[in-house]
Ligand binder design. Sequence first.
Ligand code: GTP
Ligand code: MG
Length: 294
Amino acid sequence: MKCATVAIIGRPSAGKSTLLNTICEMKVSITAATPQTTRNAIRGIYTDGRGQLIFTDTPGYHLSEQTLNKRLQDIARGSLNDSDAVLYLIDATRAPGQEEEAIAAMLATLKKTPVICCINKSDILSEAQIETARSFLVERLPSSPVLVASAKNDEGVDEILIELFKVAPEGDLLYGEDAYTDQPIEFRISEIIREKAISIVTDEIPHAIYVEVADLEYREADNTVWVRAFIIVERETQKGIIVGRGGEGIKKIRIASFKEVKRLFPGRKVNLDLRVKAQPKWRTNSIVLDRILR
Ligand SMILES: Nc1nc2c(ncn2[C@@H]2O[C@H](COP(=O)(O)OP(=O)(O)OP(=O)(O)O)[C@@H](O)[C@H]2O)c(=O)[nH]1
Ligand SMILES: [Mg+2]
């Protein structure tokens, strides 16, 4: 039996979370069209006859001096050290640039950990784009295999698993065969809500959002789970945008969140109370960051 921990690394929006969800056949990690969606080291577990792969989805590696971004970089780097293998995902629709160079250089210094490279978004790539990305990878990480896949369309994903099992060490399963994540339920709820909130706003607002589940209570009497959560933004104007005209925005977020949160509590009723508040400068507040970037 094989068992390995695998860090998924790449630039923001490379498709890391999408790939993890495809592999686990479950929404384990939220995704968005806007970059810098993932903020935590999120585990997703895949098990089959060959053994178990315990993936860590990481925040997209983004070069920036802002406090929040530096913390996100630390999370991504930290998960490299804890892993038996690294899955390096490239979005070849964009030119490599400085950020990709920084990631490739960081991975090239890993002496013992095998790195599997994967060019993602094959469904929208030209041959020329694939070849450019391939040369970039072969030059910088000569001992790594380079695969091509579409995380979104589940193409080339089996090949990724084959390569990972090749380098995985022998070992007993660390999680039960049916496990697909180890995230606490409050965290999963807050992420679902954040995904829905991000999906209705644009520009810089997605980065100004975090979500906190204030209460989670199961009431036996009516078999209902009561959830009270806050969407927190930085400014009153952003709050207005989330709430929307006549409450349209928050209503949309609530309905979309409710559908997914309900799936986390099969056979139970769910009551979701959602509010918005502004908390200036939370992105530089270390107390908030310590709490949400576990
Ligand atoms: N066409 C296409 N789009 C993809 C593919 N994989 C992911 N995407 C899209 O790329 C965008 C970013 O996907 P995510 O999975 O959130 O990317 P990520 O690497 O986790 O991003 P961060 O968490 O911000 O680092 C989303 O709009 C996805 O739908 C793919 O294989 N093909
Ligand atoms: Mg992500």
